[in-house]
Design a protein. Sequence first.
Length: 249
Amino acid sequence: MNKNRFDNKLSQPGLAFQPLYKQVEEHVTQLIVEQRWKPGEMLPNEFQLASELNVSQGTVRKALNSLTDAKILTRRQGIGTFVSEHTGHHSLYRFFPLIADGKTPELPKAELLSVETHKATKQVAQALELELNAKVIVLSRRRILNNEFCIAETIFLPHKYFGTLEEHPEVPHTLYHFYQTQFNLTVRDTRDSIKAVLATKQDAQMLGITLGDPLLEVTRVTHSLDNKAIEFRQSRCRSDNYHYLVELG
């Protein structure tokens, strides 16, 4: 391990008034943001971390357990602790709660329709904490389950973080892993708002349904590990053969 990896240790402004394990938790998170450990990479063991940070092993364990509960880290019994990756399997259970009636959860495919640069509207600017008319990358796509279109999505991304996205030859189905590996932006949390709406003419054309059919509109704001608003997503979901599942526990 590089001896300079833990420079400044727990002396960052704003940390001193928090419980010690929270200081360790935030410091480890910041090291992940700085890519000291990349997605899928194993962290040093608890004894090494405790020695480097000059805290007890119990304090390190409590911090790592908290980060594991938050899905930032992954524990592998008998092996070690790793930076979580937003792979397809991981995203399926954490970030994609639309499920076909009577079916087990599966990760849908996506048909990308367009990638464009626009100016942020008031709604988009507010969600992404941007100035009005700031540049945003806009992705339009349709999601596919059971061989039919089930979701029409419009995804807004701050140009200042994702400006090179238009240069990528392919945009994968699982965007959060893409953000993590290509842009060093790991998703920490999402906030979904759901309401019932009726299909517009555009919805009907995109999803192969009838004008006025009932839909679920899911509006999502996503934040990164360092609390940047990195995605605003509007999804129009069919509700005839699908349901939105949330498990709490």
